[in-house]
Write a protein that binds this ligand. Structure first.
Ligand SMILES: O=C(O)CCC(=O)C(=O)O
Ligand SMILES: [Fe+2]
Length: 341
């Protein structure tokens, strides 16, 4: 008889709504209500490293649905075509297929593919157009429109959330230098369980880890997914993995990364997380990684260094951190090994 392991505990992230009713403009920056909600976002990121953000007016459920349909079309392209969208320009590429840590997987039964488009919606959308031209040499205007509009809405949302965190620490005057200069790396991921179709369905089958345990390097990662769950997180060293209850179609999951840990002098937690997929349906997820631009020097603002909270990390160029992270692993101690005082 097959005995299956107990399912992982369920973690329900705290939820903060950005929109009241139908009007996204009701939450105005700097008002007491903004600061109240900003405090909730920051509190969740300090305690758990993640928060569910209600945003149905900012990234509408129909928009997400269109993006997931578009992603299915992208992933269905021949492997050779998909590879062509890649670019050997290091981790900061405009087009990318697989980041180094994504190629390592714990189980051959779950294959991960990922596309990255850096600053898809900046300027006149040149990166998005170049990406689409590689994937569809004859053009695909519908995909291009869906990509740029989704990346645009997700990026604006991520910048609002980062501004909330900064304002909540009482250093709103620092936000231009952080939020205004951050890059938005838009990623589309597919976890393809049993892509070869060789193993029969088995109700006792354990989920396969499609994306190995890692911490994000970003300030914030903003994610949504299709209806296949799998995002797991470990907030404290030695604790068990918990399955995160997915954000509903009116919200996104926000995960803190190590750039924000460094900036906040260790106040925010960047949780170790992974993706484990069971069943036969593909998991699709999509996210914006709001991250320092590569030459940006990540440093804590002086206001956040006090007698009670001495400096934890030396300033560093983000590109140097990324290089270290890609060479030295994605564990939760990467930042302290690289820049700890
Ligand atoms: O697919 C997901 O839900 C999470 C992806 C992720 O953690 C990452 O790409 O860093
Ligand atoms: Fe991640």
């Amino acid at each position: 008889m097959v005995t299956s392991l107990p399912p992982p505990a369920l973690m329900i992230p705290p939820r903060v709504d950005l929109d009241d009713g139908d009007d996204p403009s009701t939450l105005v920056r700097g008002t007491p209500e903004w600061l109240r909600r900003a405090g909730l976002v920051r509190g969740a990121l300090e305690a758990h490293g993640c928060v569910a953000v209600g945003c149905r007016r900012r990234v509408q459920p129909e928009q997400r649905e269109r993006m997931l349909v578009a992603m299915a079309e992208l992933f269905a392209l021949p492997a050779e075509t998909k590879r062509r969208t890649g670019d050997a320009d290091g981790p900061y590429k405009a087009f990318g297929v697989l980041l180094p840590y994504m190629e390592r997987r714990d189980s051959a039964a779950c294959q991960l593919e990922a596309f990255a488009v850096l600053n898809a919606c900046s300027g006149d959308g040149v990166e998005a157009r170049a990406f689409v031209a590689r994937a569809w040499p004859d053009g695909n205007d519908r995909f291009l429109e869906t990509l740029t509009s989704t990346a645009g809405e997700m990026t604006r949302l991520a910048r609002v959330i980062l501004a909330m965190v900064i304002d909540s620490y009482g250093v709103a005057h620092r936000s231009d230098e952080i939020v205004g200069t951050a890059d938005a790396n838009f990623r589309m991921l597919r976890y393809c369980k049993d892509s070869l179709g060789t193993s029969p369905p088995d109700e006792h089958e354990q989920p396969a880890v499609g994306l190995a345990a890692h911490v994000d390097g970003s300030y914030l990662t903003v994610l949504f997914q299709n209806n296949v769950d799998g995002f797991e997180l470990r907030t404290r060293k030695g604790s068990e993995w918990a399955r995160v209850r997915p954000a509903g179609s009116d919200s996104v999951l926000v995960v803190a990364g190590q750039a924000l840990v460094a900036w906040s002098n260790g106040r925010v937690l960047a949780p170790l997380h992974r993706v484990a997929v069971g069943g036969r349906e593909d998991r699709l997820s999509c996210g914006v990684f709001l991250q320092p631009s590569k030459n940006h020097v990540v440093d804590v603002p002086p206001e956040l260094v006090t007698a009670d909270a001495p400096r934890r990390f030396r300033p560093f160029a983000y590109e140097d951190y990324l290089r270290f992270k890609h060479a030295a692993g994605n564990g939760e101690d990467v930042l302290s090994r690289f820049a700890g005082m």
